[in-house]
Design a binder for this molecule. Structure first.
Ligand SMILES: CC(C)(COP(=O)(O)OP(=O)(O)OC[C@H]1O[C@@H](n2cnc3c(N)ncnc32)[C@H](O)[C@@H]1OP(=O)(O)O)[C@@H](O)C(=O)NCCC(=O)NCCS
Length: 197
């Protein structure tokens, strides 16, 4: 399969916003995110990457179709809901790179792209002077009614990539789930990795 990984920083992502938003809506509809998204919201939300010249978005393309993506940006330019736990914990935000997401359509998983996405983002994080990489993951009870029988948590993958879950660093983010009438808050826990210098 001839897959290409293309990096974008800041405004250069603009022509791909709709493809990225559509991919996010498709992949995050799955458990554990169960996100009932809209392209209007996505277009607005994804502006944060266009506004930030130090952001990185890597798109995975199968010929000209966007089948995967990963994102990151300096924590100092992220929203207050992502910064708050780190400020309270006494971290210097300038030393942290926040990893937004890694998403692949199901048929492109298990090919090593998830690892490549981490490698690209960690390399970018070091290039902008970050010493810590972090991302957050939603908390779900083990007996969640919408958890597929064959669901495999990503925790083992993240640990293998050198990340540690920090239960003292959490945030609340609001989105509408597929089974909900309206948006509701969800708890997410941060995972951290000290980057090699
Ligand atoms: C996260 C994601 C991008 C990983 O991508 P991937 O290309 O399948 O990952 P890779 O092929 O690079 O490697 C995955 C490794 O973790 C292992 N693994 C453990 N749990 C896994 C899981 N649930 N899914 C895929 N791989 C998993 C694989 O076996 C593999 O290890 P190996 O090489 O030793 O066999 C992909 O699973 C995905 O899009 N998930 C849905 C979206 C999501 O939840 N993203 C994370 C939060 S933003």
């Amino acid at each position: 399969m001839p897959l290409t990984l293309l990096p974008f920083s800041g405004a250069s992502l603009a022509p791909h916003i709709d493809a990225l938003g559509t991919l996010r809506i498709t992949v995050f509809r799955e458990y554990p995110y169960l996100y009932d998204g809209s392209l209007d919201y996505e277009r607005d939300y994804l502006q944060c990457y266009l506004r930030c010249p130090r952001s990185l978005v890597v798109l995975a393309l199968d010929e000209d179709r966007v089948v995967g993506a990963t994102t990151c940006m300096p924590m100092s330019e992220e929203g207050p809901e992502f910064q708050a736990a780190f400020k309270a914990g006494g971290y210097d935000l300038e030393t942290i790179c926040y990893f937004g997401e890694s998403i692949l359509l199901p048929e492109y998983r298990g090919l090593g792209l998830g690892k490549a996405f981490f490698a690209h983002r960690e390399s970018h994080a070091r290039s902008i002077g970050a010493q810590i990489a972090t991302f957050c993951a939603v908390e779900r009870p083990a007996d969640h009614p919408l958890r597929p029988a064959d669901y495999r948590p990503l925790n083992a993958f993240w640990q293998a990539q050198g990340y540690t879950q920090h239960t003292e660093l959490q945030t609340t983010f609001v989105w509408k789930e597929i089974s909900e009438e309206a948006e509701s808050p969800k708890t997410l826990t941060f995972w951290l990795k000290q980057l090699p210098t």
